[in-house]
Write a protein that binds this ligand. Structure first.
Ligand SMILES: [Zn+2]
Length: 339
């Protein structure tokens, strides 16, 4: 297969052409390495797509990267956040403090950010512990997962809806709502240049985490949403992708199709796993039997929590499609193929 890797180093600030700079901002102690922040020039000051992880070292990388691009962090006009995750929204608050920039986000993620600010530590811990128990998690997993709580990102000033143009004088930057990775994830279509800022939605080699949270929610279908959002990107045609991780690549539509096929295959294998099971399985049992990039026994507790949430999303989609059902009254909840 043709590699999508571009012949330049993504580790340094880079002029991608057309008034758009790529600035890598490190994510300390994370295998992803960095978030690619994009700075789009405008006569009224640059607009950033994402801001990076909230850490002093990351802040310096952002500030100095913008300087290398001939920009000044104090002149930033606004920050569009593709989604509320800390490697994207983390530094938005500090950019706003330095420059008076606005922060814009889709309303679904803005609601989550407000919820995180309102939720007290004790309530957050109880909520998570309950969820893990209902999923059949072990005591160690409950203790370790509930011990951590990331700082919530800054509350945005502007709300974006699907189809909205971002306040970027002289250019056309349109909001494309792509729920799945988060409920309010957006891609941003630079219509005057046939380029798409894809955030985490469409990445060249890896695929974003798609999870259900809490695990046993039945009012949402994030993977179903994600697959729909991939179709939406396909419909925009063949654009150049400016993703938030890895590297810039061509043909968003082809990559979106590939990611969709990957999840359909995972759904097929999951249904097969339930068909072969000796009886109904808890979420934890399902997750431990799925194929991951390393053996389940070697997963740290935190990664098991992430894997369970991913398994839950796939089970939920199969449930919505009528392939899988939950056993009535089971506690922890058990899943079985629909006969
Ligand atoms: Zn993310």
């Amino acid at each position: 297969m043709k590699s999508r890797r571009r012949p330049y180093s993504e580790q340094r600030p880079f002029d991608t052409g057309g008034g758009v700079w790529s600035v890598p901002v490190p994510i300390p102690a994370n295998p992803l390495g960095y978030t690619l922040i994009y700075a789009i020039e405008s006569p009224a000051g640059p607009v950033l797509v994402d801001a990076g992880w909230n850490h002093p070292e990351s802040w310096l990388a952002l500030r100095d990267g913008l300087t290398a691009a001939g920009m000044d962090v104090r002149e930033i006009r606004g920050v569009v956040v593709t989604h509320f995750h800390p490697d994207h929204a983390g530094l938005a608050g500090q950019v706003r403090q330095e420059s008076g920039a606005w922060i814009a986000m889709h309303e679904a993620d803005a609601a989550l950010v407000r919820f995180m600010h309102d939720l007290e530590d004790g309530a957050h811990r109880d909520f998570q512990a309950d969820m893990l128990r209902r999923a059949g998690a072990g005591a160690v997993e409950v203790t370790e997962v509930t011990a951590r709580r990331p700082r919530p990102p800054a509350v945005p000033d502007l709300i974006l809806q699907d189809g909205d143009l971002v306040d970027l004088p002289g250019r056309r930057l349109r909001t494309v709502w792509t729920p799945g990775h988060t409920p309010g994830h957006v891609c941003l279509h630079l219509e005057d240049a046939d380029r798409l800022f894809t955030g985490d939605h469409v990445l060249p080699e890896i695929t974003p985490h798609i999870g259900v949270y809490p695990y046993d929610r039945t009012d949402v279908d994030p993977l179903g949403d994600f697959l729909g959002s991939l179709e939406k990107v396909k419909d925009l045609g063949e654009l150049e992708a400016l993703p938030a991780h890895e590297w810039i690549f061509h043909d968003t539509a082809a990559r979106a199709a590939e990611i969709g096929a990957h999840h359909e295959e995972k759904l097929r294998r999951l249904a097969g796993l339930l068909a072969e099971a000796e009886g109904p399985l808890t979420l934890w049992e399902v997750a431990s039997r799925m194929t991951w990039n390393r053996p389940w026994e070697e997963f740290p507790a935190m990664s098991r929590g992430m894997a369970a949430s991913e398994a839950a999303a796939h089970l939920r989609t199969l449930e919505v499609r009528g392939t899988v059902r939950r056993v009535k009254g089971s506690d922890p909840i058990r899943f079985v193929l629909h006969s």
